[in-house]
Write a protein that binds this ligand. Structure first.
Ligand code: MG
Length: 375
């Protein structure tokens, strides 16, 4: 190797190490024809069938509408997804309207993630699930171009992924006991509370298992003193945390509970995006980050940094989603205290294979991008 080639190789290797990438992959990215290829976005609606009727404090349902997206660049395709549970206010129709406004053909270089995603963000207010469907597909594409999964690009340690909880919806004692049996593989169960059957739910589950529980009230409690009594009762029954105990608008009561509770209080409905993560300091012990609320992987990763800088707990959650959006979310999980990534396990018609749950633990795939295979 002559001196010139040595210097070129050395500087590329140095840049590659800084970015957490191998030299080989830095070369392959450099060789891409960034001026010739164009980014092409496409999308189609899909309906997820739930294995069980899913009931939380405010609603029941058997299906979830999603939108599946693809971004093509040359012969490489990135996959994305928007999941729209009814209470978030987005629908397949609203996502379709948003995506029709997107013109990615103006960008030649997909690795300019910040520039492209700032453009997406500026197209309209809210529409966070629609924005996430573009963000996820772009991250998948860029990871594939670089040849690495995102947890490595971000420098996270795959061995540090947490176990994931498995959600037991509100139901009759008989069905609840059956669901607990089906969830044998999971080390932590998440219990939906917020109705007048809360103690019965916990006692039913405790009649069949001693596993740690986490609970989600989905804003269902209205009186802070009754809520605190209930939290003490739950803490005595090995409940690790309470998610969104009271309405998100009632900041003072949620903050009072956080101050007085023996176990962490996690903000979910109250914490949608980056601004909310900043406002959550002093109100909640931690935040539940979901890609569909915050607009995708870029913002989710920033929220991890914000929460940790504030000394707050971090949880990564999901909607009912295919393995596409679940895998995308799982790349921040090594930095999270808890994961609630059971969304793809609740559906009977997944079309992807990606991040898996093995012995209850979130297990990242080594495939590049968000780590997906189509099935
Ligand atoms: Mg929740």
């Amino acid at each position: 190797m002559n001196r010139r080639n040595f210097l070129i190789k050395s500087s590329l290797a140095c840049g590659a190490v800084t970015a957490g990438l191998s030299t080989t992959n830095a070369f392959s990215l450099k060789n891409l024809n960034m001026t010739k290829n164009k980014l092409e976005l496409s999308w189609r609606p899909y309906t997820l069938d739930l294995k069980h009727v899913f009931t939380i404090a405010t609603s029941s349902r058997t299906t979830t509408p999603v939108m599946l997206t693809e971004i093509k660049y040359g012969d490489i395709t990135g996959y994305g997804e928007a999941s729209m549970p009814p209470y978030l206010g987005e629908s397949q129709e609203s996502v379709d309207i948003f995506l029709k406004k997107v013109n990615l053909s103006q960008f030649n270089d997909p690795t300019e993630l910040e520039k492209i995603l700032d453009y997406i963000d500026g197209l309209d207010i809210k529409n966070t699930a629609a924005k996430a469907s573009v963000d996820i597909a772009l991250h998948d594409l860029v990871g594939k171009l670089i040849g690495q999964p995102w947890y490595k690009i971000w420098g996270y340690d795959a061995s540090k992924t947490p176990v994931t909880s498995f959600t037991i919806g509100i139901d009759t004692p008989e069905v609840v006991r059956q669901k607990v049996k089906e969830a044998e593989e999971f080390k932590v169960l998440k219990v939906k509370l917020g109705r007048d059957t809360d103690k019965e739910m916990i006692e039913t589950i405790r009649s069949v298992t001693d596993k740690p529980l986490v609970t989600d009230v989905n804003q269902g409690w209205k009186d802070k003193h009754a809520a605190l009594d209930m939290i003490h009762w739950l803490a005595e029954r090995n409940v690790e945390f309470i998610e969104q105990p009271m309405p998100k608008e009632d900041v003072d009561s949620n903050a009072w509970l956080t101050e007085n509770s023996p176990i962490p209080i996690i903000g979910d409905e109250a914490v949608q995006g980056i601004e909310d993560a900043i406002r959550a300091k002093g109100v909640y012990s931690g935040i539940n980050i979901k890609l569909m609320k915050c607009g995708g992987m870029r913002n989710a990763n920033k929220m991890v940094t914000i929460a940790k800088a504030f000394g707050m707990k971090v949880m990564v959650g999901c909607m009912t989603e295919t393995s596409c959006a679940i895998s995308a979310a799982s790349h921040i999980s090594p930095e999270c205290d808890w994961a609630d990534l059971d969304g793809a396990l609740l559906i009977s018609n997944d079309i992807f294979e990606g991040t898996k749950v093995i012995n209850g633990k979130v297990t990242l795939s080594d495939l590049p991008g968000i780590g997906l295979k189509k099935i």
